[in-house]
Every structure is written in C-alpha cells, then in structure tokens.
Design a protein around this ligand. Structure first.
Ligand SMILES: O=P(O)(O)OC[C@H]1O[C@](O)(CO)[C@@H](O)[C@@H]1O
Length: 241
C-alpha cells in the first residue's frame, strides 16, 4: 500500500486527477471505476480542466461506477447517475454508451447485478478504480459486515451512512435505505486502485485501513491485500497514522 500524504483537499484532488489522466494517456481505451460522494468532486473538476486544456481525451474511455441508490430514477438530482453527469460526464467527450452505472430502478435486481459484473469482465476488467471511504470504513456501499460480499449486490445501508448522506437530501427520511454496489471482489479485481480521503472525520477509518486487522467490519482494510493501491490523503485524514 502506497500512502501519499498531501497538504489539503485541493492537492489531493490534483494528484488524483493527474493519476487518472496518466492512466488514460497511457491507455486511451482504459476502463475506469468511479466513485461519488463529496470527496472526488475536486478530482472531477480537475479532470474537466485537463480535458478542456487538451491533455486528456475521454473518447474511448469506459467507466463503471461503484454504486447507485435503489429506487431513484436516473434523473433524480440525488441519484449518482445525475451526480456523474453534473460533475464529469456532461463536461467531457465520453460516449454515453461507454458509461456504466448500476440501474437503481431495475425490475430484476439480481439480473441487474449479474449483468453489471458480466459487462466489467467483457470489457477486460477495471484498469483503475477510484475510491472514497466512509467514516465507518465502507468502500462503494460495502458496509461493515460479518463477511466480505464478493460481487455486485443489493445492500442495506448503515445508519451511520444514512446519517452522513442525509446532508445531500432535504430530510433523513428521504435517504434511500438500499443501494446496488460493486462487491469487494469486484473492487479488488481492479488492476490499480486509488483511495482518496480528506478531513479529520476520515482519520480513524484511514488508520484502520492502513494499520488495522483485515476484517469485513472495516471493509477498506481488505485493500492491504491489493498489490497496487495508493492512498491519496490530506494531512487531516492522515493525522492518526
Ligand atoms: O466522500 P464522502 O461524501 O465523504 O463519502 C464517502 C463515501 O461515501 C459514499 O458517498 C457512500 O456513502 C461513497 O460513495 C463515498 O466513497
């Protein structure tokens, strides 16, 4: 596990964007795994800038998002689909058919999850996966659990996650309680992983990710077993290391 400690959110965002851009420059048809939440917003802003300045081309890039809320339409402003359009996709030249985000409105969720996995495999697997981290150590929507869930699956969200994410909704009652998420194996199969974290409230989760026991109770701890993972974290997130 490589750990890059940077000054602040801005530097974290720039470093992360540069890593994604280098991946795309080296392999223009890269398959990139993407995350949502507040943390990667700055990285997306930087990527849009790199695109507009002509350094990176999304023409042949394929993307898979980690997760999506269950029960939200794509055009719902709280959906991760909407988030991705607003923060990245509508600003760059990615082809709509190359964008993959779980469909939270799928009639048959089991088939939706299976097909999501199949599509990742068909495209040759994920070259670079971007991750954020929840305060409870979740990655994607893989919540602390008794076992690691391997593949894309339906999850029931933790109280802590619902509370944390209620800041994006009008009230806590509006936060969906279920989501579709890539599994731990799906994430671990990515050839390269970068995990971003900023702020004091992530410090404990980062400490456990790096120094803790590998346990499904801290889903991100499994990253200790990945051969190519880089943590890009600011001083505050690194404060307990
Ligand atoms: O970046 P934030 O908003 O702190 O969220 C952390 C994590 O929580 C999620 O938003 C899901 O709750 C993830 O997508 C993200 O990685």
């Amino acid at each position: 596990m490589k750990i890059l400690i940077v000054k602040d959110y801005d530097e974290m965002s720039k470093k992360a964007a540069n890593m994604v851009a280098s991946q795309i420059i080296l392999k223009p048809e890269s398959v990139i795994g993407l995350a949502t939440g507040d943390t990667p917003k700055g990285m997306y802003r930087q990527l849009v800038k790199l695109y507009k300045d002509g350094y990176v081309d999304f023409k042949n890039v394929k993307t898979f998002n980690l997760d999506e809320y269950y029960g939200l339409e794509k055009d719902n402003p709280q959906s991760y689909n909407y988030y991705m359009m607003e923060n990245l996709f509508k600003h760059v030249n990615i082809k709509r058919e190359n964008i993959n985000i779980p469909n939270g409105m799928a009639e048959d969720l089991e088939i939706e999850c299976e097909e999501y996995e199949k599509k990742i495999e068909e495209l040759g697997g994920i070259d670079l996966q971007v991750l954020g981290i929840g305060r409870n150590g979740h990655i994607g929507f893989n919540e602390p659990d008794l076992k690691f869930e391997a593949k894309t699956h339906l999850v029931r969200l933790d109280e802590d996650t619902i509370k944390a994410n209620s800041r994006f909704f009008n009230s806590i009652e509006e936060v969906p309680t279920m989501a579709i998420s890539m599994g731990i194996k799906t994430i671990m199969n990515a050839r390269k992983i970068i995990l971003l974290a900023s702020g004091k409230e992530k410090a404990e989760a980062i400490y456990k990710t790096v120094n803790g026991k590998i346990t499904p109770k801290v889903p991100a701890s499994v990253l200790q077993l990945h051969p190519d993972v880089t943590l890009i974290i600011d001083k505050e997130a690194a404060s307990l290391l």
